[in-house]
Design a protein around this ligand. Structure first.
Ligand code: CLR
Length: 395
């Protein structure tokens, strides 16, 4: 069973929390978790995990060979997994429940390093269901990633000890990686995940099944996750291969390793190692976020400041008091919009009828758009991006 990470005074509330989620079905943001498992970070910030290694992010732009370029996009995707799914365990000791973003919540920032300036815009485009839209771009290299996502939890009703460690979570949505110089698009699908370690009070994420990257240049990458490490015996293992569209049996590159550890990229024919990546060696670049006093009212860290302070102090009365101020404000805004017969205008995104790039690339990998689960198809709107505050404006 292992040692419990649940603080003694929270044992009771953790048990009832586990019971409540055993029969739970639906939207993860609506579950009430005990204080010790609450994070002071909003989910809208998670979009930044896509580019914490800006030079890996922009590398495909400088590669002339289309197959190698597709391999570099795959390498970048794999390089983000540790940040996306395991960095919180490292920092906080376990996975925590993020703050549930309100409609219109923003998270803006930029990275400055060898790759020049890489900019981030993340916006909560829907509250029911929760959907986050994001766009990350580097002008110098002509690279842009845009996407939106929601999560759906599926739960079994059987109250069984084993079941607690197998909360399934599907990610809905996708990302599109674009390279200006080659007018290339890469459609990225997202892995589904489990929350493990719930019984001992130290939840962590494990990835399962497969995800794909389909390029407009005719390459497909398939990544197979095996949390239990049935191949290598190590946790967080995966294997990936890059092949010409429709010819899975003829891979060009194969990759294997751990997404929390190192992985190697091999030429599939010669079996020679051509590249590798180790997230524990490759430093991340710190995202630059404006000081809270200079932030817009809708910016995440400013809006949640008081809630976050109360959570850090373990002061639950103030936490719920401050949270209810935000909730009431939001309720009033929704009511006003309803009365006036309009909808909240997203700051950087626009709802679209169709998604031409998605439609062109999704068939080979068997993906389809689920616009009811994401309250629409969300497109980053460069015109609206002119709203960015001066230091962050697109130069
Ligand atoms: C959000 C989008 C990111 C990748 C990512 C990483 C971890 C996921 C998160 C997404 C969604 C919310 C999530 C989280 C892990 C735990 C958390 C599923 C997909 C849930 C809501 C927390 C449950 C509460 C307990 C563990 C106490 O790009």
């Amino acid at each position: 069973n292992g040692a419990s990470a649940v603080p003694p005074q929270s044992k009771g509330s953790w048990t009832s929390f586990l019971k409540s989620i055993a029969s739970f079905n639906g939207d993860l943001s609506s579950i009430t978790a005990p204080p010790f498992i609450l994070s002071t970070t909003s989910l809208v910030e998670y979009s930044s995990y896509w580019a914490e290694h800006p030079s890996v992010f922009v590398a495909p732009a400088s590669e002339q060979d289309p197959a190698k370029r597709a391999m570099l996009v795959l390498k970048w995707f794999l390089s983000t997994l540790k940040q996306q799914y395991s960095s919180r365990n490292e920092k906080l000791g376990s996975e925590k429940k993020p703050l549930n973003p309100f409609l219109g919540e923003l998270f803006l920032g930029r990275w400055e390093d060898d790759a020049g300036t890489t900019q981030l815009v993340s916006e909560q485009v829907s509250h029911h269901p929760p959907v986050t839209g994001y766009c990350i771009w580097n002008r110098k290299y002509g690279i842009r990633l845009q996407g939106y996502n929601a999560q759906k939890a599926s739960f079994s009703n059987t109250i069984n000890v084993k079941v607690f460690s197998f909360r399934k979570c599907y990610q809905i949505g996708h990302a599109i990686f674009h390279i200006d110089a080659f007018s290339e698009d890469y459609l990225i699908t997202l892995p589904s995940l489990h929350i493990e370690g719930l019984i001992t009070g130290s939840p962590y994420v494990e990835l399962n099944k497969s995800s794909y990257i389909q390029s407009s240049s005719g390459y497909t990458a398939r990544i197979d996750y095996s949390g239990k490490g049935w191949l290598s015996g190590k946790k967080n293992s995966f294997t990936a291969s890059l092949y010409p569209e429709g010819r899975e049996k003829e891979p060009i590159y194969t990759i294997s390793g751990q997404w929390t550890g190192s992985f190697t990229i091999c030429d599939a024919k010669s079996k020679k190692v051509v590249d590798n990546f180790d997230p524990n060696v490759t430093k991340t670049t710190q995202l630059i976020v404006a000081p809270v006093e200079q932030q817009d009212e809708m910016e995440s860290r400013r809006a949640w400041q008081k809630v976050a302070q109360a959570i850090s102090k373990g002061d639950m009365d103030t936490t719920s008091y401050e949270k209810s101020i935000i909730e009431n404000q939001q309720r009033d805004m929704r009511k006003k919009e309803k009365d006036e017969g309009r909808e909240w205008e997203r700051r950087f995104f626009t709802r679209a009828e169709t998604h031409p790039v998605f439609d062109a690339l999704s068939k080979t990998i068997g993906e389809s758009i689920n616009d009811t689960s994401t309250n629409g198809i969300w497109m980053f709107d460069p015109e609206k991006a002119k709203n960015l505050r001066p230091p962050f404006r697109q130069q």
